[in-house]
Write a protein that binds this ligand. Structure first.
Ligand code: CTP
Length: 129
């Protein structure tokens, strides 16, 4: 049984989110997704996500390719989450390229190319105009 883990905010769920989750799931038997908490997002970006953590968790948990979701409460706990969920592979988008290579000793770290021309920030900006 091969476990794959990934992390993200997944606010205003969009096609780029779907693609990375499907690709991550295809690498193993179970995909486990850490959805970042509202307070973690506030501390990083000084704004809360549009969708609450409960809504984001529910959306991700309902996807066919996802086996389990949990709330990511702190960026410093990545190693603990990887060990707790017995992840064999960590998948991140290539906006994080190199940043998680330090976990190569506990799991395989894979960066996927982001889907071009879409992001939550861009959607918010387009709707605002
Ligand atoms: N992602 C992707 N392709 C995109 C957008 C996101 O593969 N076009 C991936 C990210 O690399 C990450 C995961 O989806 O691994 C969750 O990303 P998140 O930061 O929640 O989404 P973004 O759309 O990048 O949000 P923002 O614009 O707020 O940074």
């Amino acid at each position: 049984m091969k476990n794959v883990i990934t992390f993200g905010t997944f606010d205003l769920f969009h096609y780029g989110h779907l693609k990375i989750l499907q690709r991550a799931a295809s690498l193993g038997d179970r995909l486990i997704v850490g959805v970042s908490s509202d307070s973690l997002n506030f501390s990083k970006k000084s704004r809360y996500p549009i969708y609450s953590e409960k809504e984001r968790l529910d959306i991700i948990a309902s996807l066919k390719c996802v086996s389990k979701v949990f709330l990511e409460e702190s960026l410093e706990l990545k190693k603990d989450y990887i060990l707790k969920y017995k992840a064999d592979i960590l998948v991140m988008g290539n906006d994080w390229k190199g940043k998680f290579d330090c976990f190569n000793n506990i799991c395989k770290v894979i960066y996927f190319q982001r889907t071009p021309s879409i992001s939550t920030t861009e959607i918010i900006e387009r709707i605002r105009i």
